[in-house]
Design a protein around this ligand. Structure first.
Ligand SMILES: [Zn+2]
Length: 94
């Protein structure tokens, strides 16, 4: 049973879309991700945070050089995480 738009009833073919492709209604989060998928994403976020904290703890000299979080600067070790976080935020905030 595919998920449907609560407003116009159109079948939602891609749960990567935040808005209904037919009427433009913002789709509820539960239509976009199954609980299992949410759990995977959240655990990935957790492990990413833990890894960053571990790296910062093992490199205390960086904290004086770069006191801001990598999430604020958008980069950590040259890997731009900002698009990923904007992607996550769009799906977990309303
Ligand atoms: Zn719709």
């Amino acid at each position: 049973m595919p998920p449907k738009c609560p407003k116009c009833g159109s079948v939602i073919y891609s749960r990567r879309n935040v808005l209904c492709g037919v009427c433009g209604e913002r789709l509820p989060q539960e239509l976009l991700f199954t609980p299992e998928e949410r759990q995977v994403v959240e655990s990935q976020l957790d492990s990413m945070k833990q890894k960053e904290q571990a790296e910062r703890a093992s490199q205390p000299e960086l904290s004086t050089y770069a006191p801001t979080s990598p999430m604020l600067t958008g980069t950590t070790k040259g890997w731009n995480i900002f698009p990923f976080f904007r992607w996550i935020v769009r799906r977990f905030t309303d």
